[in-house]
Design a protein around this ligand. Structure first.
Ligand code: SAM
Length: 494
């Protein structure tokens, strides 16, 4: 079997794709490509055995489709169970995550090549076609290897009757580059086109464009960054290790904004000593900035050290706030509605001055008078799609209204719980304006108070102003290399 071949998708940028920039289609050498290439014409399939990496990727696609599994939970377990390591593990990861991210785009191309909608193709065969189409269009894998392994998998699934179909569809897919397929199939309006090109549902492209507002011309860049494999972000635990030390120990690079952030290109963070020893954990740098904003924003009068995290599970921000509370002599209450997630918070805050309460944040029963409250609200998660490969194809625009209602209620409860002159930070890992500016503007209209310019609290972060007067912060993968976190800082009227 051919050894796994690296993707053209690099880690830190959107490295797409051979053929962009006007390379002319042409005959393709059968072996590994470097840089641009023309259409990846497939050789006749041979009866190759299928390697463990492709089988693992196929099984992930199947579990995602069949059982609504999460690819980023399923794959690491499967690799461990099957003892797939090294290059093979990296190849399986690239294929599984890449094909999940690109699913909608791949389905349009497969449908065009098959002459029928993707949802009319048997699911197990569609998984195989997606996997092979991904290899043909977005990696340097030799086309004959992509096709022959797909045909071999199809033979196991459906016998000889299906191999001809799979072979014919993939041959048609391989006759064009990704760019040529996009030119043929993409809608012509700018947002529809950008969404199609960067493999996002249209409504998400529209939500990004709405949130970019005056910056909507960046839509291509924004969706491209959201479609690229993200780097791993670690957070150094304050009081235990500095960001600089963590970067040295792990070979990573220090973050751009958070003093605790370290970025790694790849690898399994669970294998790192500082992570094993509880000195560091995985947390997007944008999430670190949320916790920092909650602790840095100036309260009126003395900070009495009574802090609250109203939506704490699984506990990333509670750990960072709790570690700083330990240094500052403060105490944090952490509320979480889900039993399982409250337990995760309990485990991660052990040894810190944090009390975990399993409760509905809208009626927590906690004594009002907090100096600082963080509402890191449940949301659509549209700002963290790059870290959840299949998520963009599962979410529905109809989820937004119900979440916005819950977000307004949680923010209202937070304002009840904070003392006059105290600070409420409202954040979402979604840039959708109905979940961000819409919720905060509603609270200010209803409850009064002022928005403290979040950009002043996080003055090290450039080009992040959002909202009617630029009073909120909206982070973006393409501008900041973080998830698309929204942050508003409110001070309760005295
Ligand atoms: C965006 S996550 C919070 C992430 C967390 N702050 C962290 O950094 O790890 C939102 C959390 O709110 C919880 N949640 C949902 N509805 C809630 C409610 N009514 N009261 C309290 N927590 C709620 C969800 O279970 C979820 O764990």
């Amino acid at each position: 079997m051919n050894p796994p071949e690296p993707s053209r998708h690099g880690p830190a940028h959107n490295p797409r794709r051979g053929g962009r920039g006007g390379s002319r289609p042409g005959p393709t050498p059968p072996q590994r490509q470097s840089g641009r290439r023309g259409p990846a014409r497939a050789e006749p399939p041979t009866d190759a055995p299928v390697d463990p990496a492709r089988l693992a990727a196929r099984d992930v696609l199947r579990a995602v489709r069949d059982r609504s599994a999460y690819a980023n939970l399923m794959l690491p377990k499967l690799l461990r169970d099957r003892r797939i390591t090294g290059r093979a593990a990296a190849f399986a990861t690239e294929l599984a995550y890449g094909a999940c991210r690109a699913q909608g785009l791949l389905d349009e191309i497969i449908a065009a090549a098959a002459g029928r909608p993707a949802n009319e193709i048997d699911g197990t065969i569609l998984d195989i076609l997606r996997l092979a189409a991904y290899q043909l269009l977005r990696t340097r894998v030799a086309p004959h290897a992509a096709v022959s392994t797909a045909v071999a998998m199809a033979r196991t699934e459906g016998g000889e009757r299906i191999t001809g179909f799979v072979n014919a569809v993939l041959r048609r897919v391989s006759e064009k580059t990704e760019e040529q397929w996009i030119a043929q199939l993409a809608p012509t309006d700018p947002i529809g086109r950008a969404a199609f090109t960067h493999a996002h549902p249209r409504w998400i492209g529209q939500a990004f464009a709405d949130a970019l507002g005056a910056g909507a011309a960046e839509i291509d860049e924004a969706l491209a960054a959201d479609d690229a494999r993200p780097t791993i972000h670690l957070v150094a635990r304050p009081g235990e290790i500095t960001g600089e030390e963590l970067a040295l120990v792990t070979g990573g690079t220090e973050g751009n904004y958070s003093p605790y952030a370290v970025h790694l290109e790849s690898g399994d963070p669970g294998e790192l000593d500082p992570v094993r020893d509880g000195l560091a954990s995985v947390q997007d740098e944008g999430s670190q900035l949320v916790a920092l904003a909650a602790l840095r924003a100036p309260v009126s009068g003395e900070d009495g050290g009574r802090w609250l995290d109203l939506c704490a599970g699984p506990g990333g921000k509670a750990v960072l706030m709790g570690a700083i509370a330990a240094i500052d002599g403060a105490r944090l209450d952490a509320v979480e509605i889900s039993t399982h997630r409250a337990e995760l918070v309990r485990t991660s805050v052990k040894g810190l001055p944090v009390a975990v309460h399993e409760a509905d944040g809208r009626e927590s029963g906690l004594e009002p008078g907090y100096d600082r409250v963080l509402v890191d609200a449940p949301c659509t998660g549209l700002g963290a799609l790059r870290r959840r490969p299949e998520a963009r194809w599962r979410k529905q625009s109809s989820d937004v209204a119900g979440l916005a209602r819950l977000q307004r209620e949680l923010l209202d409860a937070a304002i009840d719980l904070v003392r006059p002159g105290g600070i409420v930070v409202y954040s979402t890992c979604s840039p959708h304006v109905a979940e961000t500016i819409g919720v905060v503007s509603h609270a200010i209209r209803k409850r009064g108070g002022e928005a403290v310019p979040a950009g002043e609290v996080l003055n090290e972060v450039p080009r992040a102003a959002a909202g009617p007067a630029g009073e909120f912060v909206q982070l973006w993968p393409h501008r900041h290399g973080t998830d698309a976190m929204f942050i508003a800082v409110l001070r309760k009227p005295e």
